[in-house]
Design a protein around this ligand. Structure first.
Ligand SMILES: [Zn+2]
Length: 268
């Protein structure tokens, strides 16, 4: 029975399962249980652990997701590289529903979320200037292009607190700053991954235009889920392709994120 994995996938809205032939693994963490039971299985020759970010029944809204437990659980199963598919809104008229964005930057507009593992026992300041794994990004872009997705390599993801969507004014402000996409879950997930020295790559599926980009009512949650449902098979293929192209040995600097830092506890 497979109980270890070196690649983790955290599935977003509408993405509740990945592995066809998988074992359920119980993982306990100092931060409580993850969003749902973790499943571990193989994609090709790679051992993969999967967590549905919102729970299989979508019970966790973005501000309630147990982000720390999810990343800790993955690391404790052996995971070192994380792929994070999610649904996002587009801030650019020319970037429409169905495009894949592999962002290279992030702006945090959340508030009140716990965003560190190191909140006692000494300060730990990780570098976060480049929040995403360069190797994972290159692999994701290549997989999306070979899957004939319209693909944007790079761009800034702005993460809002939610659960409400943006106002038109907020959305227009995001656009004027040149940011590409808006979502609700990319932070603190990315920084917690960095704090555990994991590689982290966002695969963002555009499901709609954000409120400031076009006239009309603005986005609704039902539209997001319906769009994702129509694309979920293709998304699973994309993630599976990316999984199989990730390197077996890491050569990026993500694994060195904690080098020289005295940690208040041992990582799993
Ligand atoms: Zn990396």
């Amino acid at each position: 029975m497979l109980t270890r994995a070196d690649i983790g996938v955290i599935g977003g809205s509408g993405f509740y399962s990945l592995l066809d032939d998988a074992e359920e693994v119980e993982v306990s963490t100092p931060y409580g249980p993850p969003s749902d039971t973790v499943t571990v299985g193989r994609i090709g020759s790679r051992a993969v652990a999967f967590i549905p970010r919102h729970g299989r029944d979508h019970r966790f809204p973005p501000h309630r997701i147990p982000y720390r437990a999810n990343l800790w659980a993955l690391r404790s199963l052996g995971v070192r590289q994380v792929l994070a598919p999610s649904a996002v809104g587009s801030l650019r008229a020319e970037l429409g529903p169905g495009a894949i964005v592999v962002p290279d930057q992030l702006v945090d507009r959340t508030s009140g979320r716990v965003q560190t593992y190191y909140d006692m026992g000494g300060a730990v300041h990780v570098s976060f200037s480049d929040p995403y794994c360069p190797t994972g990004r290159a692999v994701a872009v290549e997989a999306a292009r070979s899957g004939e997705w319209e693909t944007l390599d790079g761009g800034t993801l702005v993460v809002i607190e939610g659960p409400r969507f943006s106002t038109r004014a907020e959305s227009q402000w995001f656009q004027r700053n040149g940011w590409a996409i808006v979502g609700m879950t990319g932070f603190p997930e990315a920084v917690l991954a960095r704090e555990l020295a994991l590689c982290y790559t966002s695969l963002s599926l555009v499901t709609d235009h954000d409120a400031g980009v076009e006239a009309g009512q603005g986005v609704t949650h039902d539209e997001v889920l319906e769009f994702f449902a129509r694309n979920v098979t293709r998304m699973r293929t994309l993630v599976a392709d990316a999984v199989q192209s990730l390197p077996h040995e890491r050569t990026c600097s993500c694994g060195a994120a904690l080098d020289g830092i005295k940690l208040p506890f041992e990582l799993p």
